[in-house]
Design a protein around this ligand. Sequence first.
Ligand code: UD1
Length: 431
Amino acid sequence: MEKFIIRGGKSLHGDINISGAKNAAVAILPATLLAKDVFTIENVPDIRDISSMLQILEALGADVRYLSKSTIRIDTRNVRSQTVPYDLTKNLRASYYLLGAMLGMYNNAQVAMPGGCNFGGVRPIDLHLKGFSALGALISTDGGVIEAKASRLIGASVYFDKVSVGATINVMLAAVKARGLTILENAAREPHIVDLANFLNLMGANIKGAGTDVIKIEGVGTLHGCDYSIIPDQIEAGTYMVAAAATAGDLMIKNVIPKHLEPITAKLRECGAYVEEFDDAIRVQATGRLHSCNVKTLPHPGFPTDMQPQFTVLLTVCEGMSIVSDSVWDNRFKYVDQLTRMGAQIQIEGRSAIVQGTAQLKGAPVKADDLRAGAAMIIAGLVAKGTTEIEEIVHIDRGYEDVVLKLTAVGADIQRVDVQPPVDVQRIKRA
Ligand code: UD1
């Protein structure tokens, strides 16, 4: 087990390169199962969620090789299995995309219910399963394993009761080879949905409308391999944008698509930070204390829920009172307990956090409750006076490539160290 030790109070200055998008990669990698061919995928982030997904592809029979740190060759010609057991899905929420991909390819999939980030509430997949059923699949669950099968998937109209990134992606994966036309209505519009659609179209699929709330998929008979480069990670970029603003720093964040960052840019400007957009970079600069603003998370193009914890940290050190509401997840404020231990003044009321800005956070031992909560703790540690120790950083490693290296290069004092094993209580008692 490891932890981060951060000595806070240093402004961040310099350049940071953003890696490929986790949430695009975890959809694109299973999509390779839809063809028996060879793929070269670039800009793949070097993070735990990707290792978990690659391990699953290998277990199914794919040959996976790294051509460089961020380029992978995947050969799916010898994939035979359609079953993914729990020991492979327990660390990865997005393992549910294997259901859509294998159902689309083989009309059959058995995938153990996934693990991964749990924000403190339930993360249902009823909309995914309803979409598969609409295409003609029979769904059953036994011993924590979901089985989806069909004699032949047939295109259909699917209306999602709620905007869901995962359901949109999963049903898209299942529908690309179904017979006839599938129409997804009230679809999610996140950049990684467009990225997956672009990837599938390069494989020979016929998908139109990704990025809008109506996606039309005309089924095709066969798909083939391709070379593809994954889009930059919107949330990693947003995290460093907020870190620059919170530490009164000046960061040039490179390899980004500024349009994907607009909701974050708008809120940072509202707080008084200077944000300048370039073709594939974004500069964030702040001097002194910024001021409060209200934030409400919404599906894309609204403010992303995956930036909510990080932005809340910034607001804890802004002047004035802010209200942060999360309308995507029921219970995404669990991390607030950790922040209050650092001196933040936050009160939770239902799905909102009322944040009273304070001049200074103070370093404390805290833990990463989940991936983005962990990123929030890093920003809090960078801003706080004194030393912050963050435990359970395995969550952070799921989604942030080389976080210590990237932050150290721009002036942060952050170290990864081994956690000492706990004292043997029995031994003490005997002594
Ligand atoms: C994805 C992201 C996650 C992000 C979330 C919202 C990935 C791998 N993860 O998660 O980081 O926080 O989008 O932007 O891309 N819902 C249902 N039934 C379902 C599915 C979802 O009720 O079948 C609800 C959820 O409880 C939630 C809302 O819909 O309240 C949105 O969830 P969804 O967009 O599906 O999130 P994920 O795809 O799981």
